[in-house]
Design a protein around this ligand. Sequence first.
Ligand SMILES: [Zn+2]
Ligand SMILES: [Zn+2]
Length: 229
Amino acid sequence: MINAYAAFEPKGKLQPYQYDPGELGADDVEIEVKFCGVCHSDVSMIDSEWMPTKYPIVAGHEVIGVIAKIGRNVKGFELGDNVGLGWHSAYCENCSYCDSGDHNLCSRSRPTIIGRHGGFADKVRASSISVVKVPDGMDLASAGPLFCGGITVYNPLVQFGVKPTDKVAVIGIGGLGHMALQFLNAWGCEVTAFTSTAAKRDEAIEMGAHTLSAPKTLKHLGLPPTALT
Ligand SMILES: [Zn+2]
Ligand SMILES: [Zn+2]
């Protein structure tokens, strides 16, 4: 049995919930969950904001854990490997996107928390193709968000060919923005943070912003003026 925390109604509190995952699929792995981030998409699904959510729902799609069981067809993983699991837990593996490595665009991908149970649990299962090894030395407790918000802001750096010599601005220093600042700084870019919240000034600089937006510029963008000068 898998011990999880589930919501039983929109905006419902998470409560202990057990379910039987059945036999492990030949292409699947079972992950013993060590940490799981909380993404706003978890809240949206729990609150049934996007579509009628099927209850009970076990949310959690920023999973960090270790490989605890391995399906018979799975290659490339060993018991005890540190891994992460994000928004998708399976792909069709038979479309032009899957064939070219753009699995995230597969129209038959299976979201980790829609129609199946996610990572707010002691274990979660997924097709091995959607599971990523976590490099040695990473802080496992803080790595979870890389598998949702992190990849969401990292992908455009690659898609748009951002170079270390580029000057890049990040508008909005929230869940995604704070990771974008860190990626861009590490990439070597000159980084500007746009934020309408004066209280985020020090944090934005700590996370890699070289400059902060000026009130005049914010007004030009239609954002409220700020004390950041
Ligand atoms: Zn997410
Ligand atoms: Zn596909």
